[in-house]
Design a binder for this molecule. Structure first.
Ligand SMILES: Nc1ncnc2c1ncn2[C@@H]1O[C@H](COP(=O)(O)OP(=O)(O)O)[C@@H](O)[C@H]1O
Ligand SMILES: [Mg+2]
Length: 270
C-alpha cells in the first residue's frame, strides 16, 4: 500500500435537493469511515441516494449538514488552493461512461483533457496517456479511437483511466459495472481490485448489486431511502444479513446466495 493512502470520514451527512419549502432531503445523516487503503461498499436499490452520496464525497454537491473529511481535512470547509488540492485527491469514476465520454473526442483527447483541461494536447500528454491506457490494460493505439469504436468494457476502462490519471488517493466508484455483461463485469472488478492494490487506493465502491459489492469490499453499508440500515464486514453481511432489506437485496441476486460474479475472485486475474 502506498504510504500516502488517505482516510475518509463522513459524519451526519445530510443532503437535500431544491430550496425552501420545496426542498427534499435525500440523505438523512450518513456516517461512515474508510480506513487508509480499504474499500467500503455501498449497496442499495435505485433511488436510495447512492449517487447523491458519491457527489457529496467528491465535493461537487454541498451537504446541508454534516462533514466529509479526507485524511482529516474538511472538504467543505477548505478554501482556495487547499480545496483544489483536496479535490484532486478524490476522484469519481462514473456510472455511465457512454454519456460521460464526449462522442466527438478520441480516447486520447478525453484523457489529455483530464490531465490538463486548458491544454488538452494529446501529443503533449502522450506518455502519461499511454501509461494509463496500459494501466487499464488497453493498447497504446486506443488513443486514436472514438468512444463508439470501443466496447462497453473498453469504455469503462477508459473511464477508470480518466479517474486515476491525476493520481487520486481516494476513488469513488459509482455503479461502474452496471452497464456491462456479467463476464465483462468480472474483468472490470478484477481490474479495479488490482489497481487498488497497486496504487494503494482508498475506495468507496457503490452498486445496487450486493454480489458485485461483496467482491471488492472489506466492509459493506446497506443504504435504504437515504439511511444506512446495516453495516458490517462483507462476509458477515452476506452470510448473516440482519435487516429485512438486506435479505431482499440478497434475494435479488441471481442464484443467491451462492452466486459468484467473478470466476476466480481470489486470484484477481485480469
Ligand atoms: N438533481 C436532483 N434534483 C432533485 N432530485 C434528485 C436529483 N438527483 C437525484 N434526485 C433524487 O434523489 C433520490 C436519490 O437519487 P440518487 O442519489 O441518484 O440514487 P441512486 O444513485 O441510489 O439511484 C432519487 O429520488 C432521485 O430522484
Ligand atoms: Mg446512482
Amino acid at each position: 500500500m502506498a504510504e500516502e493512502a488517505a482516510t475518509v470520514e463522513v459524519r451526519d451527512l445530510e443532503v437535500s435537493y431544491g430550496w425552501g419549502r420545496s426542498a427534499t432531503r435525500i440523505l438523512h445523516g450518513i456516517s461512515m469511515d474508510v480506513a487508509a487503503g480499504r474499500t467500503v461498499g455501498v449497496v442499495g436499490e435505485s433511488g436510495s441516494g447512492k449517487s447523491t452520496l458519491a457527489k457529496a464525497l467528491t465535493g461537487t454537491l454541498r451537504p446541508t449538514a454534516g462533514s466529509v473529511r479526507i485524511s482529516g481535512a474538511d472538504v467543505f470547509a477548505t478554501r482556495g488552493a487547499d480545496r483544489e488540492a483536496l479535490r484532486r485527491k478524490v476522484q469519481l469514476i462514473p456510472q455511465d461512461p457512454y454519456s460521460s465520454l464526449d462522442p466527438r473526442r478520441t480516447v486520447g483527447e478525453a484523457l489529455a483533457e483530464a490531465v490538463d483541461p486548458r491544454h488538452a494536447h494529446v501529443k503533449k500528454h502522450q506518455d502519461e496517456v499511454v501509461h494509463w491506457l496500459d494501466m487499464v490494460r488497453m493498447p497504446a493505439d486506443t488513443i486514436h479511437r472514438y468512444p463508439h469504436e470501443c466496447s462497453g468494457g473498453q469504455r469503462q476502462r477508459v473511464a477508470i483511466a480518466r479517474g486515476l490519471i491525476l493520481g487520486p488517493e481516494v476513488v469513488i466508484a459509482d455503479e461502474i459495472t452496471s452497464a456491462l455483461d456479467v463476464s465483462v463485469q468480472a474483468e472490470i472488478l478484477n481490474l479495479i481490485a488490482k489497481l487498488r492494490e497497486e496504487l494503494g487506493l482508498t475506495m468507496v465502491f457503490i452498486s445496487h448489486n450486493l454480489a458485485v459489492v461483496r467482491h471488492v469490499s472489506d466492509d459493506v453499508m446497506v443504504m435504504y431511502r437515504g439511511d444506512i440500515v446495516e453495516h458490517g464486514t462483507a462476509a458477515d453481511l452476506y452470510e448473516r444479513p440482519q435487516h429485512a432489506y438486506t435479505r431482499a437485496l440478497l434475494d435479488a441476486v441471481p442464484g443467491a446466495p451462492g452466486f459468484d460474479i467473478t470466476p476466480h475472485p481470489q486470484e484477481n486475474s485480469v
